[in-house]
Design a protein around this ligand. Structure first.
Ligand SMILES: [Zn+2]
Length: 223
């Protein structure tokens, strides 16, 4: 009998800046460590702060930063945004603390990112979320769980960022939760997402770059 080898999937690492009357905000920091880009074999890599520069935005202008969850590729560059209030789920932070209590790397969580979160908390900039919360008018976060203990979905106007409860458009169209989340209530998170509206944006799909209009190199405008 022959084993099946899954075809490699094209993956993009993304952050989502947004602007409202209150100024600029950002969903996820991404990461800036080139060693991580190398470790995960990225073929192209631009640190998110550099991508923001292409929009004419300085990191200090980000005043609300929403962390969808604590994984290194989403929370890996907190120090780059020194003025931002940081919004994340309390359940996520508690789980992150627990898992990192005797390890420095576990399942995508890194001790160094937790240490940065401790600094944000000490500076009075941390905002912990327990349920659906309005960050600003038109910007709402919903605690979904699924992918991680307190993974968020983010509603930006009519658009809903599914983040890592759906890596790709295929996860949404085929109602297929990503593997890791299946045992953590991922199916439930996915069906709740599908009820959140027609304009769902997956968390890691390179198709986003092709599908939406470019406004700068490697930067597209979502609906
Ligand atoms: Zn993740």
């Amino acid at each position: 009998m022959q084993g099946l080898t899954p075809a490699p999937i094209d993956f993009a690492w993304l952050v989502f800046p947004f602007r409202t009357a209150e100024g600029w905000g950002l969903v996820d920091t991404g990461f800036s460590d080139p060693a991580m880009a190398e470790r995960f074999k990225l073929t192209e890599f631009t640190p998110p702060a550099r991508l923001l520069e292409r929009l004419g935005v300085r990191p200090e202008e980000i005043t609300d930063l929403i962390l969808t969850h604590g994984h290194w590729d989403h929370a890996g560059d907190l120090a780059a945004f020194p003025r931002a209030r940081v919004w994340m789920s309390q359940a996520e932070l508690e789980d992150m603390r627990l898992r990192l209590s005797d390890e420095s790397w576990v399942d995508g969580y890194r001790r160094e990112d937790l240490e940065q979160l401790d600094k944000v908390e000490a500076a009075g900039r941390l905002r912990l979320i327990k349920g659906t919360t309005t960050v600003r008018p038109g910007v709402e976060v919903v605690v979904m769980g699924g992918h991680t203990a307190g993974c968020l979905a983010v509603r930006l106007g009519k658009t809903v960022l599914a983040t890592d409860n759906a890596y790709l458009f295929r996860n949404l169209s085929e109602r297929r939760p990503i593997g890791k989340a299946a045992r953590l209530g991922g199916e439930d998170a996915l069906s709740r997402l599908l009820e959140m509206g027609p304009s769902l944006i997956p968390g890691h799909d390179p198709e986003l770059i092709r599908r939406y209009p470019s406004v700068a190199e490697d930067v597209v405008k979502l609906p």
